[in-house]
Write a protein that binds this ligand. Structure first.
Ligand SMILES: [Zn+2]
Length: 137
């Protein structure tokens, strides 16, 4: 006849056996997650170091030195239940701004496609020096 002590001993053994099987996965997952985090950090840093020349002051700006100007539309209230709100415009309708004040409309940039590709990878707050908001109309 089993006593309570023997039952709990058996449960502990099962737990240990199962943990033994699963622990290597957890160790591997933890290690891979660290690698992923490291790769993302390096990727972000690479994007932050991409440059564009300011046509006004001539400075070669890293993305991390520019301001991103998020353009938004004001959406008026509609119906009796919905309030007004601001809707962010697509990246191509936004601007990059040099410290000298010159703004660059992404839509008109020669490197527009590359720019949209690069800046779409991470939140703008992480890539640029600052994010300003500007109403379109
Ligand atoms: Zn400039």
């Amino acid at each position: 006849m089993e006593t309570n002590i023997e039952i709990s001993q058996e449960l502990k053994t099962t737990l240990e056996k199962w943990k033994e099987k699963l622990d290597p996965f957890d160790e591997k997952i933890e290690s891979l997650e660290k690698d992923i985090a490291e790769q993302k950090k390096e990727k972000l840093e690479t994007i932050r170091n991409f440059t564009i020349n300011c046509l006004r002051c001539g400075k070669i700006n890293k993305f991390s030195e520019l301001a991103f100007v998020q353009v938004y539309d004001y959406v008026a209230p509609s119906g009796c239940m919905d309030g007004d709100y601001n809707k962010d415009c697509k990246d191509e309708l936004c601007h990059l701004k040099c410290f000298c004040g010159a703004g660059y409309y992404i839509y008109n940039m020669a490197e527009k496609k590359a720019m949209l590709y690069a800046i779409g990878q991470f939140p703008k707050e992480l890539v640029f020096n600052s994010v300003e908001r500007k109403r379109r109309y």
